[in-house]
Ligand binder design. Structure first.
Ligand SMILES: *Cc1c(COP(=O)(O)O)cnc(C)c1O
Length: 363
């Protein structure tokens, strides 16, 4: 067997590690912001029927334009969107990769406000797009002024705003998105992506960048079924934008990138959207409970519109992380000094986390 160093690997991949949080078998897994609730049985049965039907013609390639799925996603988002406004791929990570393949590349620049989702620079580097990281303000907040100044200074071809932001949970106002679009239009005529992976968990779920799409043909709003929809294993992410943007993404996708099984499963889930989303209220309540309880322990949770909470006030986060794991509770160290991040689980999982943390901290 050869060693990695023996292979004629691309220079920019030498010495790199594959991205990913540890996947450990533990009783309480709250480290990657999944929805820890199972798909309701009624929906599971419908999806199984649809998968069986897809299997009967699996000798044929799937619908390359996945029109029924795009129709279902347009109907779910509402706002007068049509299937021509919708794109989808194997997770929103792949949607983002399509965006970089179409609009980034050598000689082009991508800007985001850090700390933010750590996959952005990896996807940028895979397409040899230069990465500009601009620091967030106190407590990881952003203002229209910070956004505007950064975009006018660096003139990026792509900007991603993560709303709410991962790994900090920070909500983002529509005024920030409007300011970003105005600035990038002035600076470069580039693409503004709003990553709304956690949108359904927001304090007011009617607040979305989807409402800003009319008249903004270079605004792209990315969503995923991995979080609120409890569908992470199915790998379905999607995007709403002007039909011309969708035409651009069709130039870079691999033919038949969404399997017949993926399409069938996602259509089944969307046919039961209200039921699939019925756990969101409870998850929001658990998130708010985590914030309250952490404060009572003398810790410092950041404000969150997502299904997770970043909290500071820890002297030795690595040790606390390990001691929680020893008690069967897996959370995430995202590498921000003195902090850890925990996903809101079921009521029982959240209690297990809070009890274990109290024990570890002696509170
Ligand atoms: C989880 C997450 C995604 C979604 O990834 P999928 O590929 O759809 O599973 C996208 N953006 C952010 C910020 C996320 O945290």
């Amino acid at each position: 067997m050869a060693r990695l160093e023996d292979l004629p690997l691309r220079d920019d991949l030498k010495g790199q590690q594959p991205y990913g949080a540890p996947q450990l078998e533990v009783p309480v897994s709250l480290n990657v912001n999944e929805n820890t609730h199972r798909v309701p049985l009624e929906v599971a049965e419908d999806i199984i029927e649809r998968l069986a039907k897809a299997l009967m013609s699996i000798n044929r390639y799937p619908d390359r334009e996945f029109m029924p799925l795009r129709e279902a996603l347009a109907a779910y988002l509402g706002a007068d969107l049509t299937p021509e406004n919708i794109w989808a791929a194997n997770g929103s990570n792949e949607v983002l990769q399509h965006i970089f393949q179409a609009f980034g590349g050598p000689g082009r620049k991508f800007l985001s406000f850090t700390p933010t989702y750590s996959m952005y620079p990896i996807i940028a580097s895979g397409t040899q797009t230069e990465y500009v990281a601009v620091a967030r303000a106190d407590r990881f907040e952003l203002t229209p002024e910070i956004i505007r100044d950064a975009i006018l200074e660096h003139k990026p071809n792509i900007v991603i705003l993560c709303a709410p932001n991962n790994p900090t949970g920070t909500p983002l106002g529509l005024d920030c998105i409007e300011a970003a679009y105005e600035a990038i239009s002035e600076a470069s005529g580039g693409i503004l992506v709003v990553d709304e992976a956690y949108q359904e968990f927001g304090a007011d779920p009617s607040v979305t960048a989807v409402s800003l799409l009319p008249g903004r043909e270079r605004l792209l709003v990315s969503r995923t079924m991995s979080k609120a929809f409890a569908f992470a294993g199915a790998r379905v992410g999607y995007l709403a934008a002007d039909p011309a943007v969708i035409d651009a993404l069709r130039l870079v996708r691999l033919p038949y990138h969404l399997s017949a099984f993926t399409q069938a499963a996602a259509e089944g889930a969307l046919a039961h959207a209200p039921l699939m989303l019925s756990t969101v209220d409870d998850i929001r309540a658990q998130r708010d409970r985590i914030v309250t309880e952490l404060k009572l322990m003398g810790l410092d949770p950041y404000r969150s519109d997502a299904n997770f909470v970043l909290f500071g006030g820890l002297d030795e986060p690595e040790q606390v992380w390990q001691q929680l794991l020893d008690r069967g509770v897996l959370i995430r160290n995202v590498g921000l000094g003195g902090t850890l991040r925990v996903s809101a689980g079921t009521e029982a999982e959240t209690s297990a986390f809070l009890d274990a943390l109290r024990e570890v901290l002696g509170k």
